[in-house]
Design a protein around this ligand. Structure first.
Ligand SMILES: Nc1ncnc2c1ncn2[C@@H]1O[C@H](COP(=O)(O)O)[C@@H](OP(=O)(O)O)[C@H]1O
Ligand SMILES: [Mg+2]
Ligand SMILES: [Mg+2]
Ligand SMILES: [Mg+2]
Length: 359
């Protein structure tokens, strides 16, 4: 029976697209060679995995929702020039293999998948560039981070394929694939690979990465914490978040556990299923503007798991400002009981810092 719940079709297709992209990135990692990574203008890395995953997800979305614009992290400019020939050929090969692989249960040929659905180089480069939408306040749009945590991906640690649907500035659906995340945090050496899915008003779920469309998954929720059971989820990269500030916020809250550092929106997934009670990301003061694809899927997942997500001043994140979150001040996500305490502690730590700087 076809589900009549809101966004049922979008959810199914988003899960299928993210799963395919995860299969691709996991297989790329095993074969990745140094020449298959570029350094972007902002000095951050991008690999053949990022480009080909964006080609795959955008192709699948465009087939069923041709009118929906996409705000995607990557673009194909570096692949269209002579110097990008080797990289381009590799990306096209990977994306083609991924799109034409056999269907798995729950997938449909009309989504553009399966052996009959080959694409040309031009079609795949255009698919990557379909992510060039500038975003904005009104209308439907997808936002895609084909590999979030590229640095974690390159280290063989956590990364995530992240997709969200935004309607009139509100995130309605989020799907996050985490190929390296243990299925259960209590078994860190156990099986890995999960997909997290949330539709606004329908709860948050964890599904198996290898067969998500045949499963409704496990409902997840943020539990209650005491200062003794709480710990922070934070970036690995010191350039992305002010980790010394986090330490002071933790002290104010009476947190005794060491923080868990991991790359990507796997942090939001961990928070949503109760591993660690606070996601804290304070700006390092470099003027960097947070990108919507780094937070949109995670934000709806946290909210549907019963949590709250705001900036460090307690203001809601605004996904209607374009490709970035604008002048927002960091990100704080936590369960309903803990969140106001974290905001108060952030304000206190900030006041202390300002007092210190005036000495
Ligand atoms: N100076 C900076 N401050 C904050 N975030 C940054 C940053 N430079 C890059 N990022 C973003 O941080 C993301 C990774 O988040 P995290 O630190 O939580 O792992 C990167 O995503 P990509 O890896 O998709 O480029 C990138 O968009
Ligand atoms: Mg990047
Ligand atoms: Mg990212
Ligand atoms: Mg990325």
């Amino acid at each position: 029976m076809v589900s009549t719940l809101p966004y049922a079709a979008e959810k199914q297709i988003a899960i299928a697209a993210v799963r395919r992209a995860c299969v691709l990135t996991a297989s790329v990692f095993n074969k990745l060679i140094k020449q298959e990574t570029l350094t972007k203008d902002d000095k951050s890395p991008v690999t053949v995995g990022d480009f080909s995953a964006q080609a795959v997800v955008n192709t699948i979305l465009n087939r069923t929702f041709p009118d929906d614009p996409i705000v995607g992290e990557e673009d194909a400019a570096d692949l269209r020039v002579e110097s990008g020939t080797a990289l381009r050929e590799r990306i096209i090969q990977l994306a083609s293999e991924t799109l034409t692989a056999e269907l798995v249960p729950g997938e449909k040929e009309e989504w553009g998948l399966g052996p009959k659905n080959g694409r040309t180089t031009e079609q795949l480069l255009d698919a990557i560039d379909r992510g060039n939408y500038q975003g904005g306040k009104t209308g439907r749009m997808w936002t895609l981070d084909p590999i979030d945590g590229t640095k974690g991906f390159l280290r063989g640690e956590q990364y995530a394929v992240c997709l969200a649907l935004i309607v009139d500035s509100r995130v309605e659906l989020g799907v996050i694939g985490c190929p390296n995340l243990p299925v259960s945090a209590s078994e860190p050496s156990g099986p890995r690979g999960c997909i997290f899915v949330a539709v606004r008003g329908q709860g948050a779920y964890q599904l198996p990465l290898d067969d998500p469309l045949s499963s409704t998954g496990t409902k997840i929720a943020i539990p209650t914490f005491t200062p003794e059971t709480l710990n922070f989820l934070e970036s690995v990269e010191k350039a992305h978040a002010k980790l010394s500030f986090n330490d002071r916020v933790g002290q104010i809250l009476g947190v005794t556990r060491a923080p868990t550092r991991m790359d990507s929106q796997a942090k939001y997934c961990s928070l949503a299923r109760g591993d660690g009670g606070v996601y804290l990301r304070m700006p390092v003061g470099s003027g960097y503007k947070e990108k919507i694809w780094d937070h949109a899927p995670g934000s709806v997942l946290v909210e549907e798991a019963g949590g709250i997500i705001t900036d460090g001043r307690g203001q809601p994140l605004d996904f209607g400002l374009g490709r970035t979150l604008g002048e927002n001040y960091g990100v704080v996500a936590a369960g309903k009981d803990v969140h106001p305490k974290v905001i108060a502690a952030v304000q206190q730590a900030k006041a202390e810092e300002e007092a210190q700087s005036q000495l």
